[in-house]
Design a protein around this ligand. Structure first.
Ligand code: HH2
Length: 276
């Protein structure tokens, strides 16, 4: 995965949801042209990676069949891969969608089920020798917010991620191609999300690059009592803290603003910056 990450700071992954129902950008980029234009804009804003998704994973979202998901993402990835020099990841739990996306030019798989939805995803990553993001989630998007209970959320998430990493390695994925993600907002209450961000160094201690997705999520809305459109500053605070605690990839909607946040937070932590 290192080949896709900047040497001096964490990477900024721009979100491109080709869906009618995503919690922030749902419906904005359903038309292929609009999605491709947004992808180019994300690249121009400074995205190091672009994550293209065709199925919303917001709490309670209903699932989409593989054919529909493919129709949404494959054409967009094909066009975008020709237009921008930014590696594209595909945000999907379905190996058939991931395979078609890789054929169309995506280079990374982002599986929020960590290969539990369909374990053939791990075999696919092994076969294609591509990096894969393994994320922690309780249950499925439909059920994940039904009273999540943990005794030790950080310990349980770390144990889950370690076991999914080991499973991926057993199925042939090279350890250096694995990225781990604590799954902020996926089957977690506010206190669980805060504990995971506070104790992020324990997740990073598993030895793989860590991806964190906090962008405009509801835990920020709960703290500030603000709707999704007004969570930019809260996102900035969470991004800066995630950088300080060892995140290597930050997944965000607002690439221009958050890449500035990442650069300053990282310069403070590392004492170096681009050009230093
Ligand atoms: N969060 C979302 C979707 N995919 N992937 C990873 N690895 N980590 C995340 O935290 C993550 C993710 C949810 O955000 P978004 O894509 O904006 O919304 P939706 O699922 O409604 O499309």
């Amino acid at each position: 995965m290192e080949e896709f990450l900047p040497a001096t700071r964490p990477a900024v992954m721009g979100i491109l949801n080709v869906t009618p129902d995503s919690f922030f950008d749902g419906g904005r980029y359903v038309a292929r042209e609009a999605a491709v234009r947004r992808g180019v804009e994300l690249a121009e804003e400074g995205a190091d990676l672009i994550d293209v998704g065709g199925e919303s994973t917001r709490p309670g979202a209903s699932s989409v069949c593989a054919e529909e998901e493919m129709t949404r993402v494959v054409g967009v990835i094909e066009r975008l891969a020709r237009l921008v020099d930014v590696p594209i990841s595909v945000d999907t739990m379905k190996p058939t969608v991931a395979a078609a996306a890789l054929d169309a030019g995506a280079r990374i798989i982002n599986d929020v089920s960590a290969g539990r939805w369909d374990e053939r995803m791990l075999a696919l990553a092994a076969e294609r020798r591509c990096p894969i993001v393994l994320m922690h989630m309780r249950g499925t998007p439909r059920t994940m917010q039904e009273s999540p209970v943990y005794y030790d959320v950080v310990g349980e998430v770390c144990a889950f991620l370690a076991s999914r990493r080991d499973r991926a390695v057993a199925l042939g994925v090279a350890p250096e191609r694995i990225v781990l993600d604590p799954g902020i907002g996926f089957g977690k209450r506010l206190e669980h999300n805060l504990a995971l961000l506070r104790d992020l160094p324990r997740v990073a201690g598993l030895g793989c690059p860590v991806l964190v997705g906090v962008s405009r999520k509801s835990f920020i809305g709960e703290i500030l009592d603000l709707p999704v459109e007004e969570r930019l500053e809260g996102t900035a605070a969470a991004v800066a803290m995630a950088v300080a605690r060892g995140a290597r990839i930050i997944r965000v909607h607002d690439v221009l603003a958050m890449s500035r946040v990442v650069k300053v937070a990282s310069a403070i932590c590392e004492g170096r910056w681009a050009g230093s």
